[in-house]
Write a protein that binds this ligand. Structure first.
Ligand code: SF4
Ligand code: SF4
Length: 444
């Protein structure tokens, strides 16, 4: 093991991980009903195969992939499709979703044995199989896993980099997975390294999780070319470009992808899920979710069927406190506030963070004092101060000259700003306007 490495810039927000870091993963009881939106990931939504009235089985494909950048959707429970209808989606929209009434007293055994002799399968068949398993990145981005594994002509993957940073405050799902499911992780690493033909794999873990580092180091199989890399604890180290810089000292240029520097990055929870898929055939039908924050009565690390309603989870965790004010899906830096308690857990829902009135009250905004704290924080060396003043006056086109589209919306600049300027919130709006403009330009 080497000394803890890191990237330049970034921030050190309060961690708040002790609420759940020491709690074993706990399985929630199957709810009476699950809601499975067709749009669960980046790319095209899935296309329904099952119809209202159909009996479906846990692990059965009920919607096909909608294209290459898409994956099938599986029933996360055995039951009956009662409807395919519009339902509140965690992204704030109303979206088409399967509603499945769970069969009472069903043993909820898996529909199919997907387990395969993966060592005999060619990489292309393994990639197809992973797509068929419905896998997307479980760290929050929900990008279809097989797409990252299908290396474009003329490029090659030298290294497989497993992201165990979990740098968002509060979240501890990956931490628990590394402590409790090491064998699944290493099987997943084997499969992915074989697909990629990678010469070496790395698992990067921040040093606020020493117990996970020790556990994984003690369990690395002797015949696996895999190194555990401890990283300094810093946000946003889990972002791919930061992680690659920290572990491999490689810069991914603006507009380029990790594969351009011969790296494929996968989240550690995704890798564990893939290990389980090849070990005993379970597609992506459940995930680990950190339910935490000062406004939940019993912070817990939960194993949840995809499609379980937020309300079921809050109830399982003792309910909200009197002063609860906001619920986020994801962490406090990049998470999405929820308006409705009937929204379902999606494949990409890494955490539920429940915050109090005190934590979310808006703070008065003051003029920029040109302190440069935001420049020191930005991990990709943008100028958030200049971008902020352009955004305030809606001079969005000029923001292109300052590389606004490279902003990964990590929120580090807003976090450190002593004037409480909502920088990242303005950058999100600006990027949305610019994207729309680009799309209109292309269509014309
Ligand atoms: S939100 Fe964008 S501008 Fe602000 S620190 Fe992160 S990457 Fe830089
Ligand atoms: S941190 Fe805030 S006050 Fe300081 S330069 Fe940046 S925008 Fe201005």
């Amino acid at each position: 093991m080497t000394q803890a490495r890191t990237f330049r810039h970034g921030i050190h927000p309060a961690e708040h991980k002790a609420l759940t870091a020491g709690r074993l993963i706990e399985r929630i009881a199957f709810p009476d009903e699950v809601i499975l939106p067709l749009a669960q990931h980046i790319g095209a939504p899935s296309r329904p195969l099952a119809k209202p009235g159909d009996k479906v089985y846990r692990g059965q494909i009920i919607a096909a992939e909608g294209g290459f950048v898409s994956v099938p959707l599986h029933a996360s429970v055995t039951g009956t499709v009662s409807a395919i209808a519009k339902h509140h989606h965690p992204n704030g929209s109303l979206a088409d979703a399967f509603v499945i009434e769970v069969e009472q007293n069903s043993p909820q055994t898996l529909y199919d044995e997907h387990a395969t002799d993966w060592e005999e399968m060619p990489p292309s068949a393994l990639i197809e199989h992973i797509q068929r398993g419905g896998f997307v990145g479980l760290g929050g981005a929900a990008f279809p896993t097989h797409v990252k594994l299908a290396i474009p002509e003329g490029k090659h993957a030298r290294w497989l980099l497993i992201n165990g940073c979990e740098c968002e405050p509060y979240l501890t799902s990956d931490h628990r997975i590394m402590l409790e499911w090491a064998d699944s992780i290493f099987l997943g690493v084997r499969v992915l390294a074989r697909i990629l033909g990678a010469e070496k794999s790395f698992i990067a873990v921040e040093t606020n999780k020493w117990d996970a580092i020790k556990t994984l180091v003690s369990r690395i199989p002797a015949d696996l070319a895999c190194e555990l890399v401890p990283l300094e604890t810093k946000y946003p180290q889990g972002a791919e470009k930061m992680l690659i810089k920290a572990v491999l000292d490689q810069e991914v240029p603006s507009g380029k992808l990790p594969i351009d520097v011969h790296v494929v990055v996968q989240n550690v929870g995704t890798v564990a899920g893939i290990g389980d898929f090849f070990a005993f055939g379970q597609p992506l039908i459940e995930r680990v979710v950190t339910v935490t924050g000062p406004a939940i009565r019993r912070p817990t690390t939960l194993l949840v069927p995809i499609g379980t309603r937020l309300s079921n989870i809050l109830e399982h965790c003792g309910g909200l406190t009197e002063d609860a004010r906001e619920i986020l899906f994801g962490g406090p830096m990049m998470g999405t506030p929820q308006q409705f308690l009937d929204v379902p857990i999606l494949k990409g829902t890494s955490g539920i963070v429940c915050l109090t009135e005190e934590q979310v009250k808006s703070r008065q905004e003051y003029p920029c004092i040109r302190c440069a704290a935001c420049l020191d924080a930005c991990p990709i060396f943008l100028n958030p101060s200049a971008l902020g003043s352009l955004a305030r006056t809606a001079r969005y086109d000029e923001m292109m000259d300052y590389n606004i589209m490279d902003c990964m919306e990590c929120g580090s600049c807003s976090y450190v700003c002593p004037s409480n300027i909502p920088l990242v919130q303005r950058f999100r709006v600006a990027k949305g306007v610019l994207r729309e403009k680009q799309a209109r330009g292309k269509a014309a």
